[in-house]
Every structure is written in structure tokens, then in C-alpha cells.
Design a protein around this ligand. Structure first.
Ligand code: CP3
Length: 342
């Protein structure tokens, strides 16, 4: 199956021995790269996402520029609400805006869960094109948002610090919330399966706002759906779950069908290893703000992080996406440090 020249990521996810851990960065294709900013000036966000040639080009930029061990397809988690029939606007500098939020049973009934592969055909084309252009250099990661995080946007209509409307919806109308979560889950499973068919070697599920839920509420509104997705994909590709902030779920999720768990910087490598009993590959957890340190210190911190996690069953990454203010040579120092750590 894999004629990859660099399969460190796949080996790490299978728990096989590696000479060094693989490294990639969440949100590695994006606004800290001058070549991305150049394209952003010419095409609006969803044009970049929906044009396979542009999406493939943006996906390859960080592979060429900073030498990461994996490419992640340039897209967005909000293509799922779009495929379900919800309008999503991206306001430059402000973030996503969904003018018509989900409130009622009727709203949920009107959401579509079929023909995802056809509706998101541009993602499949971008994956196929990227795969071809990568020519086996590094693996290609597909992704989707987790059901809880997608519900957050569908109910709230935009980003939020507290997600109180999304929580109010779940807490006061749990039956509707579970119907919505199940519809998102069904759609996401079809979508991720289609991505693996189109060329994704690995898939990651971003539960970016998981940490806004208490342990008990995570277990109710987030975890069962993450587990459904991991179970459904287990024969298609390795799955990385990234429930940001939800350290309390690591034990349960380490016993799921997922191959990897992403963690943020609010938990130490040692405690994460203890909670997961060394059963699963961990990914993370550098604070992206530390990429503002001088290059020599970034390298020192990265090497320390690798010593703390250990070289095996480990994927070097940030604890959340890289921010736009990071100088490119600092992002490259992060990657170089891993390659020097032999
Ligand atoms: O990782 C990658 O390089 C692949 C590309 C990618 C994007 N979005 C492109 C993007 C990925 C994996 C995402 C996932 C995503 N999108 C998440 C989960 C990951 C995370 O960071 O928590 C979330 C919550 C979204 C929703 C979203 N999209 C927001 C909140 C925003 C605006 C704020 C922001 O982070 O920029 C977006 C827009 C977006 N998606 C941009 C990019 C490069 C920036 C817009 C632009 O470049 O014009």
C-alpha cells in the first residue's frame, strides 16, 4: 500500500520503532507563510478551499518550506455544515459566520446527511492532486471537525470564548442536541471514509472546543461521537483524535480504536503517558506562543519535550494551531530541532 519515502508518521501511529519522531504542525498551511499570504490576496477563503489546484498548492507549501514529515490537506472543518445545507461565510480577519443557526427540531430535520462525497468532491480532488504532487514524499493527512465542535458553530453561528449558546442548547434540549450530534457524526464518517479513498493516509478529528465541557458533559456530548468515528474508520486509516483541553478523557480515549491522541500544553507529557498507560501514540504539545522565543531556545525546548515524551509512540506537534505572527524561520527551527535530535 504505502510506497512512501518517509513513513515516520505511519510507523509512529502503528507503534513501530522509529529512529526519530515525526513532526508536523497543526495549521501549518496558513497565514504565517508569505507564499500563502500572496494567494490570499488574490482569492477569497472558500475559493482557495474549493479550487483543488489552489488547495493542493497551499498544502504543499509547508512541506517545501519547513520540511515537515506530513502534509495536511488545506480545507476547513466548516465544509461539513456547508455540505449539510448550512450557509457558512468566512469574514477575513474575523472568522466564520453562519447566519442561520440551528435552534429547533425543524432546523435539524432540514439538515442533509447524504451525498457528502459528491458535495465535497473538491476536497477529494484536492487530496488526489496533492497525493500525486507529493509523489510519495510524506504522508497526507485528511481531517474533519469533531461533532461537538461543529455543533458549537452550528448553534452559536460564530466563534465564542464560552460557547454558552451551544451549551445552553445541549443542557436544555439534550434530545435535539443528540439528534444533531448524530447527524454530524454520520456525515463526518462518510466524509472521512471518502477522504481515505481519495488519498488521505491518516485522518485527524479536531475537537477544538472539547475543553469547554466538564468531564461529565464531555462524556455525554463529545466522547461517544468521537468513539463512533474512530470505530467506523479503523479499517480505513489510522485516526488521530484531538480533544483539545480534555485531559480527563485521555484514559477512555486511549482504549478506543484511535491510533493517536493529540494533547495541548495544559498537561505534562509524564501525566499524559500515565493516563494513557503507554497504550497509544501521543501527539503534541508545544505551546505555539513558545515559537516566539529565539531560535536557539525553541530548539532547546523541543528537545526537552522529546525527552519527556520519549522517541517512540510520539508525534512532535504543537498543542494547537500555529498563529499568524510566527516568523517562518522559527517554525522551521521547530522542525529542524526534531531532525537534529537523533
Ligand atoms: O492545518 C492546516 O494547515 C490545514 C488547514 C486548516 C484550516 N482550518 C485552514 C484555515 C485546518 C486543519 C483548519 C481546521 C479548523 N478550522 C479548526 C480546527 C483547528 C483549530 O485550529 O482549532 C477550526 C476551529 C476551524 C474554524 C475556523 N476556520 C476558524 C475559527 C477560522 C478563523 C480563525 C483562524 O483560525 O484563522 C477559520 C479560517 C481558516 N481556516 C484560516 C485557515 C488558513 C484563516 C483564514 C485565512 O487564511 O484567510
Amino acid at each position: 500500500m504505502s510506497q512512501l519515502k518517509n513513513d515516520l508518521l505511519l510507523k509512529a501511529l502503528r507503534g513501530e520503532n522509529v529512529e526519530r519522531p515525526p513532526v508536523w504542525m497543526m495549521r501549518q498551511a496558513g497565514r504565517y507563510l508569505p507564499e500563502y499570504i500572496g494567494l490570499r490576496e488574490k482569492y477569497d477563503f472558500f475559493t482557495r478551499v474549493q479550487t483543488p489546484e489552489l488547495a493542493a498548492e497551499i498544502t504543499l507549501q509547508p512541506v517545501r518550506r519547513i520540511g515537515v514529515d506530513a502534509a495536511i490537506i488545506f480545507s476547513d472543518i466548516l465544509v461539513i455544515p456547508q455540505a449539510m445545507g448550512v450557509e457558512v461565510l468566512m469574514e477575513e480577519g474575523k472568522g466564520p459566520h453562519l447566519p442561520k443557526v440551528i435552534k429547533t427540531q425543524n432546523d435539524i430535520n432540514s439538515l442533509s446527511t447524504d451525498a457528502v462525497e459528491a458535495k465535497l468532491d473538491y476536497v477529494m480532488k484536492a487530496l488526489a492532486l496533492t497525493k500525486q504532487e507529493l509523489n510519495g514524499e510524506v504522508p497526507l493527512i485528511g481531517f474533519a471537525g469533531a461533532p461537538w465542535t461543529i455543533l458549537c458553530y452550528m448553534v452559536e453561528g460564530k466563534g465564542s470564548k464560552t460557547w454558552e449558546k451551544a451549551k445552553q442548547f445541549c443542557f436544555t434540549q439534550p434530545e435535539l442536541a443528540h439528534q444533531l450530534l448524530q447527524k454530524i457524526t454520520d456525515t463526518t464518517i462518510l466524509y472521512l471514509k471518502a477522504q481515505t479513498k481519495a488519498g488521505a493516509d491518516v485522518v485527524q478529528v479536531f475537537d477544538s472546543w472539547a475543553g469547554s465541557l466538564s468531564p461529565e458533559d464531555f462524556k455525554c456530548f463529545a466522547q461517544p461521537y468521537l468513539i463512533q468515528i474512530a470505530d467506523a474508520l479503523k479499517d480505513d486509516a489510522p485516526v488521530i483524535l484531538f480533544p483539545k483541553g480534555s485531559w480527563y478523557a485521555l484514559k477512555d480515549l486511549s482504549e478506543s480504536s484511535a491510533s493517536g491522541l493529540g494533547i495541548d500544553w495544559c498537561i505534562s507529557p509524564k501525566i499524559a503517558r500515565e493516563l494513557t498507560s503507554d497504550k497509544i501514540t501521543l501527539q503534541g504539545n508545544f505551546d505555539p506562543a513558545k515559537l516566539l522565543l529565539p531560535v536557539a531556545e525553541i530548539k532547546k525546548e523541543v528537545k526537552k519535550m522529546i525527552r519527556e515524551f520519549g522517541v517512540q509512540k510520539y508525534i512532535v506537534n504543537l498543542g494547537h494551531g500555529i498563529t499568524p505572527n510566527i516568523p517562518v524561520d522559527h517554525a522551521k527551527a521547530f522542525v529542524d530541532a526534531v531532525k537534529e535530535s537523533l
